[in-house]
Design a protein around this ligand. Structure first.
Ligand SMILES: *Cc1c(COP(=O)(O)O)cnc(C)c1O
Length: 248
């Protein structure tokens, strides 16, 4: 996809500035946490931003994009928005849409059921491909939220041993209190504890390498609590038109 940065000079400049500001926040959180900057990767949550805007962000330095909706991801991908970038699916995936993303994105961060994991593996097996995934957890079992209930995690990880074409690479979380970073920090800490615990247990086909948590309002806290992937939308792209999507 070719983007005319001269024509989009203003938008490009703004993205550059926002990326620099987010970078500064990441660097300072890493310094406070005593972590290497390289231990945290920035995923730009680009939902509701056009293919052109995504391509501009890539030119401005973004290396990983996270999309929520499969259809939106496919449309932007067809237009070449993600050339030379990595794409993660970070929103809910329905089993009937597995074919649009499995083996075609670097990471599916939002696997939230054993059935979905099985469907991904079956598709990959049939098509000679493979897929890395994270398990999206719903630690407190909030009914309004997506994510696998805590009690279902170990059974799913046991089952993952049977799936040779998918690898569980870690955990993802969306804390319930999108607007309350103090409470989120506690949630992040509990996620990290679980992440470390599971890592020690050594399930087949499971490598606890990535912990995806933290958004625009609270990614410093997530970094302090051990996030390896942060998913940042608003701080990079400005406010979205939320519509009925709630705090996401
Ligand atoms: C939109 C979204 C984000 C980013 O949220 P911001 O508050 O805009 O940074 C992170 N994770 C998921 C799953 C999202 O849908």
């Amino acid at each position: 996809m070719t983007v005319n940065t001269a024509a989009d000079e203003k938008a490009y400049g703004e993205l550059k500035e926002k990326i620099a500001a987010v970078e500064e926040r990441i660097a300072s959180a890493c310094a406070r946490a005593g972590r290497e900057r390289e231990s945290v990767r920035l995923v730009a949550a680009s939902k509701l931003n056009s293919a052109e805007r995504v391509a501009l962000a890539r030119m401005a330095g973004v290396r990983i994009f996270g999309e929520n909706r499969v259809q939106e991801l496919c449309e932007k991908r067809e237009r070449g928005a993600y050339e030379n970038a990595e794409v993660h699916l970070i929103g809910h995936l329905q089993k009937n849409k597995v074919k649009y993303v499995a083996g075609q994105v670097a990471l599916i961060e939002s696997v939230d059921s054993p059935e979905l994991l099985a469907a991904l593996n079956a598709f990959c097996e049939k098509n000679g491909t493979r897929q890395d995934v994270l398990i999206e957890l719903n630690l407190d079992g909030e009914a309004s939220k997506t994510g696998l209930p805590r009690s279902a995690l170990e059974p799913l990880l046991e089952e993952a041993g049977n799936f040779s074409c998918v690898t569980v690479k870690g955990l993802m979380a969306i804390p319930p209190k999108c607007d309350n970073s103090a409470k989120n920090r506690d949630y992040f800490a509990r996620m990290h504890e679980l992440f470390v615990d599971i890592g020690r247990k050594k399930y087949d086909n499971v490598k606890m390498a990535e912990l995806s948590m933290g958004m625009s309002a609270d990614f410093e806290d997530a970094i302090l609590e051990g996030a390896t992937l942060i998913r940042v939308g608003t701080a990079l792209f400005g406010a979205r038109d939320y519509g009925t999507v709630g705090c996401l």
